[in-house]
Structure formats: structure tokens, C-alpha cells
Write a protein that binds this ligand. Structure first.
Ligand SMILES: [Zn+2]
Length: 340
């Protein structure tokens, strides 16, 4: 299937709420991570949520965020076509600085959902900014995720030294006033490398937020950011209280670099010139008897290993969310399915 639009994603989250499972939302910035994810999710028969942050768009576009966004969205879309799973694209941590970019993403149907992160602003300004993106997305079917509370740590271009927990009563007012489809809550997770055993995860807060929303007639799916490093029991607790989406970025970054690091350490002698050989990269060692081994320095060799390791960790993580076996690739009935 080509990647699917917001209506199909809304339905996927609704099924997850009913079925008691959640989607890991997985950040990518280049093809190796994406290919590993597609393999893992296809094998597990799970729908796949792929995320693009402003920093990833900037990276992929060589500094041009819009070019990078179009390139990554196109790459995901093309590679998703032959996969028997639903593939969705979410914009992760877009801020009020990127309203024009979000507008293009909506008009060109580059994504299934958008996260507007105005959580650094005041409560009122956060509502205004989130409502503005909801208004922009109106009629497109594209879902809007907004964040209330602050998540400590550094993620991409967003960083916060402080954590502010989401208040359950404010959550209801915020969702009502902003019209957001999904609500990212702060209950103690941290962006970046966090130690699950050291996190005091306030599942009681998630439970209270879910209950208050439900009382108000809102069954808004909850989102947990900074989920890398959460223990499986913590993930299960979060899902029990309405979390349908858990963001994962840092974990893949580590596994990516770990796989590459192991490969290059092991094969350094086939790639680095030994002592006594002139380090003549410009002439590619043509004056020396020694040559580097093309079978090992071709970046696709390490890249393939990276893909396999990403596939492995993605399989482990999606199993924690229990989204396997629930794939629903039938996007035809979805009126907002991206037209490509
Ligand atoms: Zn985040």
C-alpha cells in the first residue's frame, strides 16, 4: 500500500485503544532505519508509524527542510507500496516556526498526522498554536497531535531542562479548546537516553488524564514521548491507561551506530592503511602495494548490517507495544488516503 492518510490512522488508533495495544512511532532521517523498520513491521504484520522531525527534514534536504520533507515522504511512500501493512507518516515536534512547512505538508498530503509542539509556550499560547494547526489541517483528514506539559531532555531541535507534569483537568480544557486529535502527555519520561529503572513514571497521571477525558466525552489517544529506555512493564502500564503511541528515536540511533561501530572496528585493518603505508587517499593508494578491501568499505555492506540490526530492535520494541498481527493495509475505504 502507499502510505495512508489521517482517517486510516485515526481508525488504527481507535482499534489500538479497543485492542489494548499501542504503536511505536519511529523516527527516521535516512533509508537504512526505514528499511529495517519496514522489514520488521512487515514480518510482524503490524501497521507502521514513521516520524520525521524538523531536524531530520533539514538533514535529508541538505539544509532545506521542505526538500528533505518531500524527499523522505516520497521515499517512505514509494517503499511502502509493496508492503502488506498500513504505513503512516507523522511530523514530529514541529513548532510555530514551521507553520509554512506544515501548510505545504498538508496541501501536498505528504503526511498522515502532524505534531505541533508549543508546549514551551503558556497554556493559552499553546492552545492558540495547536488550534491554528488543527484549522490548517481541517478537511484534509490529517490528524493533529499537541503536547501539554514539558518533557525533560533534548530531542532534535527541542530541549527542556525542566519537566512539568500534565494536569488532568487542564488536559480536558486543552483538548476541547485546541481540537487536537492526539494528546502528548508529560508523565515522567525523558527525551534522549533515559534509564527506565530510574524514571518515576506517573502512570497514575495517565490514568487520571484518561478518566477525565472520558468523562468529558473525549477518547483522545494519548502519546508518550521520550520512550527510549522504558521497561516493558512501564510500556504495558502506559497502554493500560490510554497511551496508543510511544515515540522512539534515540533507541534506533544507538543501535544504528552500534552496528556500524562493531563492523568498522572489526574490519578496520581492511579499510585503514597499516603502519608504513602512506595515507594517500587522493590517489587511492595506487603508489602502494596495499589496497583497502572494496568488499568491506562499500558503505552498503555496513548499511545492510545496520538495516538488519534496526529490524531486530524494531521487532523487539513493537512486541512491547503488541501491535503485531493487527495490520490493516486496506486503505481503499479511507477517503483521505494520500493520492499519489
Ligand atoms: Zn518527543
Amino acid at each position: 500500500m502507499p502510505f495512508l492518510g489521517g482517517s486510516a490512522l485515526k481508525e488504527a488508533y481507535r482499534r489500538a485503544q479497543r485492542g489494548g495495544y499501542a504503536y511505536m512511532a519511529n523516527n527516521i532521517a535516512e533509508p537504512n532505519t526505514l528499511l529495517g523498520l519496514l522489514d520488521a513491521y512487515t514480518e510482524a504484520k503490524s501497521d507502521l508509524v514513521v516520524q520525521i522531525s524538523p531536524g531530520a527534514a533539514k538533514y535529508a534536504g541538505g539544509g532545506d527542510k521542505l526538500a528533505g520533507l518531500r524527499a523522505l515522504s516520497g521515499l517512505i511512500s514509494v517503499l511502502a507500496v509493496n508492503r502488506p501493512i498500513g504505513v503512516f507518516i507523522n511530523l514530529d515536534h514541529f513548532t510555530t516556526q514551521e507553520l509554512a512547512l506544515m501548510d505545504v505538508a498538508i496541501r501536498e498530503r505528504l503526511v498522515s498526522s502532524i505534531m505541533i509542539d508549543a508546549s514551551a509556550e503558556s497554556f493559552e499560547a499553546n492552545i492558540r498554536a495547536s488550534a491554528e494547526v488543527v484549522r490548517m489541517a481541517k478537511g484534509s483528514g490529517i490528524l493533529v497531535e499537541a503536547e501539554l506539559g514539558k518533557i525533560r531532555g533534548v530531542e532534535d531541535e527541542i530541549s527542556s531542562d525542566e519537566a512539568f507534569y500534565t494536569h488532568p483537568d487542564e488536559a480536558v480544557e486543552f483538548v476541547r479548546a485546541s481540537g487536537a486529535d492526539l494528546l502528548a502527555i508529560a508523565i515522567g519520561t525523558e527525551h534522549g537516553v533515559s534509564k527506565g529503572r530510574k524514571i518515576e513514571l506517573r502512570v497514575d497521571l495517565a490514568k487520571a488524564i484518561q478518566a477525565k477525558l472520558h468523562e468529558a466525552g473525549l477518547d483522545t489517544p494519548l502519546v508518550l514521548h521520550g520512550s527510549s529506555g522504558l521497561l516493558p512493564g512501564q510500556v504495558r502500564d502506559a497502554i493500560r491507561y490510554g497511551v496508543c503511541k510511544l515515540n522512539k528515536d534515540t533507541h534506533y540511533q544507538y543501535v544504528y551506530s552500534r552496528a556500524a561501530c562493531e563492523f568498522y572496528l572489526k574490519n578496520s585493518r581492511a579499510i585503514m592503511p597499516p603502519d608504513g603505508v602512506e595515507d594517500d587517499i587522493v590517489d587511492l593508494f595506487s603508489k602502494s602495494d596495499w589496497s583497502p578491501d572494496k568488499k568491506l568499505f562499500d558503505p552498503r555492506v555496513a548499511g545492510k548490517l545496520v538495516q538488519e540490526k534496526i529490524k531486530w530492535i524494531a521487532g523487539e520494541l513493537l512486541a512491547q507495544g503488541s501491535s503485531g498481527g493487527h495490520a490493516n493495509p486496506s486503505g481503499e475505504s479511507d477517503s483521505s488516503t494520500a493520492k499519489r
